[in-house]
Design a protein around this ligand. Structure first.
Ligand SMILES: Cc1cc2nc3c(=O)[nH]c(=O)nc-3n(C[C@H](O)[C@H](O)[C@H](O)COP(=O)(O)O)c2cc1C
Length: 333
């Protein structure tokens, strides 16, 4: 982690330069994680304002009918855009779901002026291009408390919380994951939808087979079964010292899901800086019954949004990101 500030610009940016900065931020946001790499966002740039829209054409209508995972994904993209603007020295205000008559307008971001550029935001922007979903097992080395605290603390300024579960709660979490993973494939429409988002290499969206484990990872909590083996080598599939955390918050509505996505991005970028891998396990919060079960597991302290598997990785084995992205011309106007 890095600290320190670079002073704010004293000359305000022109309208044209601000437009360029917003366009650039929306382009950077395309790196964000999304459910099945659906990239369900659209951006509209105007003078000093960046609007984030949900793209319902890329919603998982069977697995995610309410748009929870879609909105969390868009929230992650919003946080990526904010990181890019912070590095350009631009302060912003964000209004979530600003117009109740247009619920697909998820957020309006307005530039407020120049702010100091921090070394911390520069480090986060570096992490944007390095972050990836690494479904391989983590190392056997446990994460220390300082690392866990730094990751958990990244969530709160974005409007959600991250709670690491103690080992005594992991068996109950595993039972919920097993139940969700058994329920979903029983529906042929769910299986067909998942299959449409597995990418054999010809598309700009979807999870590529090269990023799907070639054999199941023996983790304490079952992870997404993509319905077919991929080609990601598993180097032996022992679980390593994986730990589990839950992103949660005070409400269960689109504005809260957007905050959850912002927090997911902040947590993941911080984890990346600390050589910690993150794998979301969203089946538990996609299925209503197991989502309720997880709320009970959290002793009803909040509404659960997403379970994350985390653990230390060897940075030398990280490798480049392999998931494709849509060209900016398709998502930014
Ligand atoms: C809301 C959300 C839910 C996700 N759920 C899962 C999941 O259940 N299992 C999994 O392996 N990956 C999951 N992912 C990771 C995505 O598949 C991944 O972000 C996407 O394929 C893009 O790849 P990248 O993260 O390497 O850029 C999820 C991501 C998000 C944002």
């Amino acid at each position: 982690m890095t600290t320190g500030n670079i002073p704010a610009r004293t000359v305000p940016l022109s309208a044209g330069a601000t437009w360029n900065a917003l366009h650039q931020a929306a382009t950077v946001a395309g790196n964000a994680p999304s459910i099945h790499n659906t990239q369900p966002w659209r951006w509209h740039v105007s003078t000093g304002v960046l609007d984030l829209w949900a793209d319902r054409d890329r919603q998982l209508t069977v697995a995610d009918p309410a748009g929870r995972m879609l909105t969390i994904s868009c929230g992650a993209a919003l946080h990526h855009a904010l990181v890019a603007l912070a590095v350009q020295g631009l302060g912003t205000i964000v209004v979530p779901v600003p117009d109740p008559r247009r619920p697909d307008l998820l957020a309006r971001l307005t530039v407020t002026g120049n702010v100091p550029i921090t070394m911390a935001s520069i480090a986060l922007l570096d992490a944007v291009s390095l972050r990836r979903t690494d479904r391989r097992p983590v190392t056997g080395e446990p994460m220390d408390e300082t690392t866990m605290l730094a990751i958990a603390n990244a969530a709160e300024p974005q409007g959600a919380f991250l709670r690491f579960l103690g080992p005594e709660r992991v068996p109950a979490l595993a039972t919920l994951a097993a139940s969700a993973s058994a329920a979903q494939p029983a529906d042929p429409a769910w299986r067909a939808e998942l299959d449409r988002w597995i990418d054999s290499g010809a598309s700009d969206t979807g999870v590529p087979v090269v990023n799907i484990p070639g054999q199941p990872v023996r983790t304490p909590v079952p992870e997404r079964d993509f319905g077919r083996p991929g080609t990601l080598p598993m180097r032996g599939s022992a679980a390593g010292a994986a730990v589990y955390a839950v992103l949660y918050g005070e409400e269960d509505d689109p504005a809260a899901w957007l905050s959850a996505g912002r927090a997911l991005s902040a947590v993941w970028l911080m984890a990346n800086e600390l050589d910690v891998s993150v794998v979301p396990i969203s089946a538990i919060t996609e299925v209503p019954g197991t989502r309720r079960g997880l709320r009970e597991l959290l002793a009803r302290i909040g509404w659960p949004y997403l379970v994350l598997r985390m653990g230390l990785t060897d940075p030398r084995s990280r490798g480049p990101r392999v998931t494709p992205r849509l060209p900016a011309e398709e998502t930014v106007r």
